[in-house]
Design a protein around this ligand. Sequence first.
Ligand SMILES: Nc1ncnc2c1ncn2[C@@H]1O[C@H](COP(=O)(O)OP(=O)(O)OP(=O)(O)O)[C@@H](O)[C@H]1O
Length: 336
Amino acid sequence: MTAVLTGTGLVKRFGTTHALAGVDVAVAKAESVAIMGPSGSGKSTLLHCLAGILKPDQGEVSLDGRRIDSLGESARSVLRRTRFGFVFQFGQLLPELPAEENVALPLMLDGVPRRIAVEKARSWFRPLGLTGLEKRRPGELSGGQAQRVAIARALIGEPAVVFADEPTGALDQSTGADTLKLLTEATRHQGASLVVVTHDPNVAAACDRVLEVRDGRIRTVGEPAAAAPVASHEVSTFATRVPVAPVASRSKSAGPVVPVSAAPEAARPGVAEPTVPVHAWPAEPTVPVHAPPAEPTVPVPSPVEAPATDTPTTFAPGRVSTSGPTHDQKSGARLW
Ligand SMILES: Nc1ncnc2c1ncn2[C@@H]1O[C@H](COP(=O)(O)OP(=O)(O)OP(=O)(O)O)[C@@H](O)[C@H]1O
């Protein structure tokens, strides 16, 4: 396996707590890996170290063979914005921006002109079953729709790796299954890897591989079927209809093939509730793919160097606050 992302000998302490006590992990291109384990076992800490949000106390993290944990905060911030995508449980959309601008946000923060960024963002709405919702504010979206907007935003910058922390945790089972399917298929289609922290066996079942973390160490590495039996008939059907192709057989050109049922979300006035088609992913980018990390065109304060009340990350003055998608919801650490 050629690993895109590796963590070697990762140790992370918070005071006397050994959140990670020596973890080795490697993620292949387009592979989806679920991280499971009891509460407090170190799952999110592992995700944060792999994503360059936290610096491990010991060990190394590398992306495409290049060490990233030793980069300075500014460079890691750019890296997170340009090479990684993030999907969290909830609260990650900026309430004051319409859905299309929420999706376009990473590109705009990276200096792409608004018109081009929004145009590219719109190309994600149909494949994610969001047609007609482009102008909605997050408060006018259902939970499942909001997660699909977040998925589009995570993928718009063509990341190498998407990190998701309990992405279906706030959704009902059916909506969660549909959302998860979109997340896994869209990342595969993009050729991105997926690292997902979850307590949900159904989420793990949809991934290629499961890592079980206990007391800051990886205890078991398994196939999802063995580690996480599918619970419901509905999701079981979903799981059997979405064969997990070998990593090597996946490519950007191989689009998803399986239709999914409509997400049972509350209908909103004015726009027909979209079904969740899984096809016709956005064409090859019209916006230049991100160059290797460079200094940001929009200065973004670092989580370590900057307090939570620092200057807003602003591409349009006055419109973007420091809360929401630029921060990890659990730790409060700045992502971008
Ligand atoms: N910023 C922090 N300061 C102090 N301790 C922390 C911090 N972040 C995590 N910890 C501790 O590190 C350990 C691992 O936490 P982590 O959040 O990684 O666990 P988890 O497996 O993701 O838990 P959960 O499933 O409940 O989200 C826990 O004991 C936690 O209390």
